[in-house]
Design a protein around this ligand. Structure first.
Ligand SMILES: NC(=O)c1ccc[n+]([C@@H]2O[C@H](COP(=O)([O-])OP(=O)(O)OC[C@H]3O[C@@H](n4cnc5c(N)ncnc54)[C@H](OP(=O)(O)O)[C@@H]3O)[C@@H](O)[C@H]2O)c1
Length: 281
């Protein structure tokens, strides 16, 4: 795809996952990517060496003239981060925020001007071009700008358009989702060792089982419940195992987990707006 300059403000795990996906997926030349952070030059040097991207502490050099600016700091650092770039940003640029919970309106107020703001909720599987990304945008975003933002995330996985208020639910589901799956993988590994398998053997079997099941979910027209039934012989091993999941109310635990994560996303946005906008209103 054709790519204009992309500036990353924040150089942590989410920024790296996106950079990795863009560069190693061959969808964007590293010279089109500029990265800055707050303090760690060591981290910037690492990204430069690992991916060939340009790195600098200079905020003007990073964001000035970039067609896309990606905000990738932790919520607590957003106010200072925006403060440090706002004078070099104008309405011809598209701001993409991957920040959990923080609304486009809060971001706009912090910049203190009308800007095209796209909110994206990707996940760390972006590093393998396997992110499930959801996008929403403010009313200043043109169809072309949204297409440009979607193109960037399509290069590192799938893109789903949602309403902005739905992003909290997306965050609790697929933004945090890889961690839930790793949690299950950890539990399966522990269980496999307890039932007599070596760690490496278990790890390989678990990863391939997750991959196969995910591919079935993606490609089959059958509902998950039907796919599950196909594995479950009456009176067999799966039925015996699933009886335990029911006994331990795993389904309820998963529902509570996703709900709590969604609520936390909303709460982070509310708390942030209340504190960060005190002197802006
Ligand atoms: N990790 C995920 O799975 C994931 C998924 C979806 C969305 N997100 C969102 O992505 C954002 C970043 O998360 P993360 O996990 O990548 O965090 P992280 O690993 O802690 O990285 C945060 C980065 O922001 C930089 N930073 C802090 N203050 C800054 C400032 N004033 N100016 C410029 N850069 C600044 C930090 O630089 P220093 O190291 O120099 O302090 C660091 O490079 C969060 O808002 C999160 O909600 C994360």
């Amino acid at each position: 795809m054709h790519m204009n300059t992309i500036a990353f403000v924040g150089a942590g795990s989410m920024a790296e996952a996106i950079i990795n996906g863009l560069v190693n997926g061959g969808v964007c030349l590293p010279e089109y990517i500029k990265v800055t952070n707050r303090s760690s030059m060591e981290r910037l040097d690492f990204l430069n060496q690992a991916y060939g991207v340009s790195v600098t502490k200079n905020k003007q050099e990073t964001v000035g003239g970039a067609s896309i600016i990606i905000l990738a700091m932790k919520p607590k650092d957003v106010k200072a981060g925006i403060e440090s770039i706002k004078d070099y940003v104008d309405s011809s640029q598209v701001i993409i925020s991957v920040l959990a919970g923080i609304s486009s309106e809060t971001i706009r107020k912090l910049f203190g001007k009308e800007l095209s703001i796209v909110r994206a909720m990707p996940n760390t599987s972006a590093a393998l071009q396997r992110s499930a990304t959801a996008l929403a945008c403010n009313s200043a975003v043109t169809a072309d700008q949204l297409k440009q933002a979607a193109g960037l995330f399509e290069a590192i996985g799938t893109v789903t358009h949602v309403l902005e208020h739905q992003l909290d639910a997306v965050t609790g589901l697929s933004g945090s989702g890889p961690a839930y799956i790793y949690y299950i993988a950890e539990a399966l590994e522990k269980a496999a060792e307890e039932t007599g398998l070596e760690k490496e053997t278990a790890k390989a079997l678990i990863a391939q089982t997750l991959l196969g099941a995910a591919e079935m979910l993606l490609t089959s027209e059958k509902e998950p419940a039907v796919l599950r039934k196909e594995v479950t012989s009456p009176g067999g091993t799966t039925e015996a195992g699933i009886e335990k999941l029911e006994e331990y109310k795993v389904s309820e635990a998963i529902a509570a987990c996703v709900k709590k994560a969604k609520e936390r996303s909303h709460e982070l946005g509310e708390i942030f707006a209340k504190n960060a906008l005190k002197e802006h209103t």
